[in-house]
Write a protein that binds this ligand. Sequence first.
Ligand code: ATP
Ligand code: MG
Length: 353
Amino acid sequence: MNVLIDQKQMEELKQGDAMIKVENLTKKFGDFTALDGISFDVKTGEIFGLLGPNGAGKSTTLRILSTLARPTSGTASIGGFDVVKSDNQVRKLIGIVSEKMIMYDRLTARENLWFFGNLFEIPHRELSERIDELLELVKLTKFKNTMVGTFSTGMRQRMNVVRALLNMPEVLFLDEPTLGLDPQSSVEIREFIRKLNRERRTTIIITTHTMLDADMLCDRIAIIDHGKVVALDTSANLKRKISGENTAVLKLDIANLTLNITESIKSLTCVQTVSQDNLTQIRLLARGEDAFDTVIDTVRRQNGRITSIENLQPTLEDVFLHLTGHDVRDSADQKIPLERHRRGFGMARKRVR
Ligand SMILES: Nc1ncnc2c1ncn2[C@@H]1O[C@H](COP(=O)(O)OP(=O)(O)OP(=O)(O)O)[C@@H](O)[C@H]1O
Ligand SMILES: [Mg+2]
């Protein structure tokens, strides 16, 4: 094996606590603040999620951690190495799968990996074995001599992951690994990430705006919005927090649901967000002890016929709505008036899971 970092040092790190430390990281592009003083630690062997809408600052964070961009202020270190001062050491520890990966379409899977492996100066015999092993791991062995140009999006994404693993990184950054994949390919990528984490104890940061990724994969999640960490905890604790704050998630089936009824519900001060899944069902996030009764009274006053009411467990999506006042699928670039934040505006929005 190509020893890239002192073995003893690595063992110490694995026994230690934080593999990644981020302190007060800020990134400005001209007048625009993309990252506004974010801080978090990632433990060795942890799968850590950065969850946030478009433009929240997720990729910018990963770009800084992987030495592709410099922070305006603040510090970050990986395995004790500062990402600015010791960028060469950091690069030996990490692998990154990002949205903008380059693969050569006219080369085969194996040829592509051979090319990138050589950039890491991995001895040839070792590289050859590693490529075979990794292709097997992502179930691409039978396509190893096929041109990458013919691959589906899912196959390409698996190739990107393999490429990031060529140097056997201790830390893997995955920027939206399931973006644009069909459900089956997403499941396969998630399984692979879990396996990698379990078998090699690879520390992983994954960015996503898919609740399923965050919920199913991550040990802890930092919810980020407008360049700030607004909450950081396990998925279960995040959900518990909003239940504890007297917030209910209600699903109402109203046989004769009308626009007037939904508008009346939206205008209630106890109602934070409303979304509609189909012609008769609405889902809402309401706060306060009387919220349940107030909503039902309001529907009845409008002659709404309620056929069922469910008090649901909050999802990560509800947590996100509660904390930020907007949907994780809304872009952080959109300027949403505060009033709409409070009342919710997701009426016709299709839910994505
Ligand atoms: N090189 C750049 N120059 C100017 N602005 C930038 C640059 N890179 C990012 N930004 C801005 O910084 C903000 C954060 O971008 P970033 O790519 O980190 O968001 P993100 O959370 O990864 O979003 P997405 O979910 O769309 O990938 C955005 O408003 C983006 O337009
Ligand atoms: Mg991004």
